[in-house]
Design a protein around this ligand. Structure first.
Ligand code: NAP
Length: 225
């Protein structure tokens, strides 16, 4: 008989895993934080919104008689991953964390590695034109750089006013084709990309496009590689 599985999702890999486990006849629920207005459909059941910390997650696991908990969230989503570990310990549910590997630099890549958003903001050269590929909740610190033009790519419009002096908003998901990403970079005369080392295939095309165009990437590294 199949297991009752809770996947903490919000990534392409989590959706692929849900489809696989559903095809194996497990009873799968994918949990999404609710950051995206129209999330892509996921196989199996979906629930949306926070649990109320590790205790809330543990309660949900117990009430829904979950056999197995899988953390397949984004590598930079650190709070939910910490909550998952705590809730698994508390409930004794079977637990696995599936973190996709970071992208590895290749010989033709021109990456400047930085530890956080603040440093990324500081190392942008004067008067650059930057693609910010970060997610709308992480872009505010860059508003301090009034000499830079930012092209801000987001899936949904931001909840708050963006205090940028010079910027263009792009409401789109990243393309999986590097040629499409390269066209977008050329169209906006981008000189630098700022992004995080998320890993996975979904957002990699911009890295390939930067390689092909010889563009520098300011790459924010993971806390725990
Ligand atoms: P976070 O800082 O780790 O989480 C903040 C809070 O949001 C958590 O404490 C939890 O609230 C709620 N939450 C997060 N993920 C959840 C999930 N899958 N299901 C239910 N509640 C969730 O996470 P984040 O950086 O805001 O990312 C949120 C979600 O977006 C994750 O599912 C992640 O996979 C996805 N995502 C994130 C990024 C990114 O750049 N961070 C990029 C792409 C996708 P409670 O404590 O109330 O339970």
């Amino acid at each position: 008989m199949g297991e009752r599985i809770l996947i903490l999702g919000g990534t392409k890999e989590a959706a692929e895993l849900a489809a696989l486990l559903v095809s194996e006849k497990h009873d799968v629920t994918t949990s999404l934080a609710g950051r995206t207005k129209e999330p892509k459909p996921v196989k199996g059941k979906t629930r949306i919104g926070g649990f109320g910390g590790a205790d809330g997650l543990a309660k949900w696991i117990a009430e829904n008689e979950i056999d197995r908990l899988i953390d397949a969230t984004h590598p930079f989503a650190e709070n939910i991953s910490q909550n998952a570990r705590l809730a698994a310990r508390k409930t004794g549910v079977k637990f696995e964390a599936r973190q996709r590997p970071a992208w590895a630099i290749q010989s033709d890549d021109n990456w400047e590695l930085v530890a956080n958003l603040e440093t990324a903001m500081q190392v942008i050269p004067k008067n650059a034109r930057v693609l910010l590929a970060l997610g709308s909740q992480h872009i505010k610190p860059f508003a301090d750089r009034q000499d830079v033009h930012f092209v801000i790519r987001m899936i949904d419009p931001p909840a708050e006013y963006l205090p940028f002096k010079s910027y263009t908003e792009l409401f789109q998901r990243p393309s999986p084709e590097w040629q499409v990403e390269a066209e977008m970079l050329k169209e906006h005369n981008i000189t630098h990309i700022v992004c995080r080392n998320s890993g996975g295939r979904g957002a990699y095309a911009k890295i390939e496009a930067a390689r092909n165009l010889g563009l520098p990437v300011i790459m924010i590294e993971r806390l725990t590689p």
